[in-house]
Design a binder for this molecule. Structure first.
Ligand code: ATP
Ligand code: LTN
Length: 329
C-alpha cells in the first residue's frame, strides 16, 4: 500500500481553504493509501502563540480531522511533539539545507516583505523541519495546497542531495496538488489566499463558523459587474473562486456544467447555491465535532497514533544517524 503524509499547523481555527485544499484529500485517500495525518504543533510556534488559545486550537484541530471524516482505524493521526524524532531529524535536515535555498522560500519572503518585525529563526528554518516531518515516514505522496508545493520540492532536493552523499537514505516523495481547490481565495479579496490570518475575518469561512455567519460571508463575497457565471480567474477572480468552492463541494462538478446550471441567472442565485453547499458541509462537520468533544476519542486517537508513528520514526532516525556516522554502537 502506498503511503501518504501531510500536516496542518493549528495556528488558528481551520478554514474552508484547509478543508478543500488539504483535509478532504486525506479523507478521500484513506481507503486506498496508508495515510499519516499529523498536527504540526512545532511549526505553529514559529510565530507567537497564546498558550491557552494554542491548546484549544490543537484539540479542535484533532476534533476537526475526525469530524471531517478521517478514521483513526484507517489513518494514523498524531501530534508532532509526541514523536521527538521530528525535532532531531529537523536539526539534521537544517544542517543539510543551504541558506540560499531557504532564502528562496516565498512564504518566508512574503512575511519579510510585509516588514513584519522580529521574525523568528524557527520561521526561517521551518522548511528543514517540514522536510524531516516528511522523510521520517518515507511517504510516496504529500497532499498539500498550492502554497506548500515549494516546501515539498525543497524536501526532494535536500533528500536527493543526502542520498548522493550518504547512499540511498530517503524515498523521494511527490507533492500532490489537486487541479481544483488547491488555492481557495479570500471571499472579500480574491487576490489573496483564504487564510487564518485574515484581519477582517470576512473573507475566511472557518469550519466552526455558525451557519448564519458562513452564509452571510458567501452572500457578500466580492464578485464583478459582468453578471454571468463564467470561469475566468483573471477577469472574474471572485466568481471563479466561488466556482472552485462549488465544484469542490459537489463531486468536482466541471466548470462548464456550473456555467450551464447558472446560465441566465444572476449572482444572487449562484451565491445562494454556493452558500447552501458550504452550510451543508459545515452542518455535518459541526454535528460530528460536537459529538467528538465528549467522546474521549481525541485522547485515544493521539495515543494510538503516536505509538504507531514513533515506531516508524525511531527506525528512520537511527538509519540516518548511522549513515552520517553519528552513532558509536
Ligand atoms: P494560513 O491559513 O494562516 O495562511 P496555512 O494555511 O498556510 O496558514 P496550514 O493551516 O498549516 O497553514 O495549511 C494546511 C494545509 O491547507 C496546507 O496543505 C495548505 O497548503 C492548505 N491550505 C491553506 N490555505 C489554503 C487555501 N486558501 N486554499 C487551499 N489550500 C489551502
Ligand atoms: N508547512 C505546512 C504544514 C506542514 C506540513 C508538513 C505539510 C508541516 N509539516 C509536512 C505536509 C507535510 C503548512 O504550513 N501548511
Amino acid at each position: 500500500m502506498k503511503r501518504m503524509l501531510s500536516g496542518i499547523k493549528p495556528t488558528g481555527q481551520l478554514h474552508l481553504g484547509n478543508y478543500i485544499g488539504a483535509l478532504r484529500h486525506f479523507v478521500e485517500y484513506q481507503d486506498e493509501y496508508d495515510v499519516f495525518a499529523f498536527i504540526a504543533n512545532l511549526h505553529c510556534i514559529t510565530v507567537p502563540q497564546d498558550p491557552k488559545e494554542l491548546k484549544k486550537n490543537l484539540r479542535d484541530c484533532v476534533a476537526l480531522y475526525l469530524a471531517c471524516g478521517l478514521d483513526p482505524e484507517k489513518a494514523t493521526i498524531f501530534l508532532q511533539t509526541d514523536v521527538k524524532e521530528h525535532a532531531q531529524l529537523g536539526y539534521i535536515m537544517n544542517c543539510h539545507t543551504y541558506m540560499g535555498e531557504l532564502n528562496r522560500m516565498t512564504q518566508f519572503k512574503d512575511k519579510q516583505s510585509k516588514g513584519e518585525k522580529n521574525l523568528s529563526g524557527g520561521l526561517y528554518t521551518y522548511p528543514a523541519l517540514m522536510a524531516a516531518d516528511i522523510l521520517l515516514y518515507s511517504p510516496d505522496y504529500v497532499p498539500v495546497g498550492e502554497d506548500q508545493k515549494q516546501h515539498v520540492e525543497l524536501t526532494r532536493d535536500v533528500a536527493i542531495r543526502m542520498n548522493h552523499r550518504y547512499g540511498d537514505l530517503f524515498k523521494i516523495p511527490e507533492p500532490l496538488v489537486a487541479k481544483v481547490g488547491a488555492r481557495i481565495m479570500s471571499l472579500s479579496d480574491p487576490s489573496k489566499k483564504m487564510s487564518k490570518s485574515d484581519a477582517t475575518n470576512k473573507g475566511c469561512i472557518y469550519l466552526l463558523d455558525d451557519l448564519k455567519t458562513a452564509r452571510k460571508k458567501v452572500m457578500s463575497a466580492v464578485t464583478d459587474n459582468l453578471a454571468h457565471v463564467h470561469y475566468d480567474p483573471e477577469n472574474q477572480p471572485g466568481v471563479s473562486n466561488l466556482m472552485q468552492i462549488y465544484s469542490s463541494l459537489n463531486h468536482e462538478k466541471p466548470f462548464a456544467d456550473i456555467e450551464k446550471e447558472f446560465d441566465g441567472k444572476g449572482y444572487g442565485d449562484f451565491k445562494k447555491a454556493v452558500a447552501d453547499s458550504v452550510c451543508a458541509l459545515l452542518e455535518e462537520i459541526q454535528r460530528k465535532y460536537n459529538e467528538i468533544q465528549t467522546s474521549g476519542i481525541i485522547e485515544k486517537t493521539l495515543t494510538d497514533g503516536a505509538a504507531k508513528a514513533r515506531a516508524i520514526a525511531e527506525k528512520e532516525l537511527d538509519k540516518v544517524q548511522e549513515a552520517i556516522g553519528m552513532e558509536i554502537i
